[in-house]
Design a binder for this molecule. Structure first.
Ligand SMILES: [Fe+2]
Length: 328
């Protein structure tokens, strides 16, 4: 079915029906130099459309590469957002194989350049078509299901407490929380539970639509330096501080959203912890370097957090995490 939809959509975009395959190995974080190579391949292939089938990193790489394909020479300027991205000239279809990032519906691409990780924001990154089929997520093992599912839960919660929240994003995010709270563990424990897989895929999409509007906040601001310094996968880095910020950012409004989603602070925290333990995720840091504190506080997403965080409060947060957690 997915292949048929691809073919139909590509036909609509290009006026012809054909597949030109390309296979680039993208790790957890797409590198600028790899995106430049992909952009060159896009130009050389004279393709009408790029189809990104993969996790958030693959989709982000496709978003950035297809946008810079019109002007590869200035890739670094686009990376540092010193120049507005050119309008994308070819079609882009994004088909996620994980249930988490929401990248298929956002205008964000997270790209690395060596040790530097940047969250680049541009309307050029919107895919023409987002194709969400839970069949694509069947290959995910427990660890990846947990990491991507906790990323989706972070998106939903951060959309709720971001200072940019709206009544409509609350609806999307609240439904995402309800679906994740009641299905993520089932998807984790039984990879063949297709009902649970379908619901987590849908939840990840809803969470993506919510945070595409609100942007994320402190949990994501901290996750980027955590990934840079400790090489933690994105969702694992988000999950590390999620329970703390669920308490810090708790409000009457958030309590109401959780209640309507059939959840509350305590049960959600227990659930997050069970998922972390089941999947063997890191719940503690070996040390708390100054650069982690500095880079977290300097991250622009920190401004979206409803409660102001300073160096002292952030160190206390990590100390509390380390008291209870363990390193995996
Ligand atoms: Fe995320």
């Amino acid at each position: 079915l997915a292949a048929k939809i691809f073919e139909r959509e590509i036909s609509a975009l290009s006026g012809e029906s054909f597949f030109a395959g390309a296979d680039y190995r993208i790790g957890f974080d797409p590198e600028l130099k790899d995106c430049v190579e992909i952009a060159k391949a896009i130009v050389n292939s004279q393709a009408d459309c790029i189809v990104a089938v993969g996790g958030g990193s693959v989709i982000d790489a496709a978003k950035f590469s297809s946008a810079i394909a019109g002007d590869i020479g200035d890739a670094e300027l686009y990376f540092y957002q010193k120049k507005p991205l050119p309008k994308r000239k070819i079609g882009l279809i994004a088909a996620p194989t994980t249930a988490g990032t929401g990248s298929e519906v956002t205008r964000v691409a997270v790209i690395n350049n060596g040790e530097e990780k940047r969250t680049i924001n541009d309307t050029a990154f919107y895919a023409d078509i987002a194709l969400i089929d839970p069949v694509f997520t069947r290959g995910m093992g427990a660890r990846l299901t947990a990491i991507s599912g906790l990323d989706a839960l972070s998106h939903a919660l951060e959309a709720c407490w971001s200072i940019n929240n709206t009544p409509l994003t609350d609806l999307y995010a609240g439904e995402a929380i309800r679906l994740l709270a009641s299905n993520l563990e089932a998807a984790l424990k039984d990879p063949n539970d297709f009902e649970a897989r379908s619901k987590t895929s849908y939840a990840a999409l809803l969470a993506g639509l919510a945070f595409a509007v609100t942007k994320t906040a402190a949990v994501h601001a901290i996750s980027y330096p955590l990934s840079e310094i400790f090489h933690l996968p994105h969702g694992e880095a988000c999950a590390l501080t999620l329970k703390e910020f669920l308490s810090i950012n708790m409000s009457v409004r958030l309590r109401g959203i959780l209640e309507r989603a059939g959840a509350d602070e305590a049960s959600l925290k227990e659930r997050i912890e069970r998922i972390q333990l089941f999947a063997g995720l890191t719940t503690s840091l070996p040390h708390i370097p100054e650069k982690l504190i500095d880079r977290s506080l300097a991250h622009p997403l920190m401004k979206n957090n409803p409660v102001a965080i300073d160096a002292n409060s952030l160190k206390n947060i990590f100390n509390r995490i380390n008291e209870n957690g363990k390193i995996n």
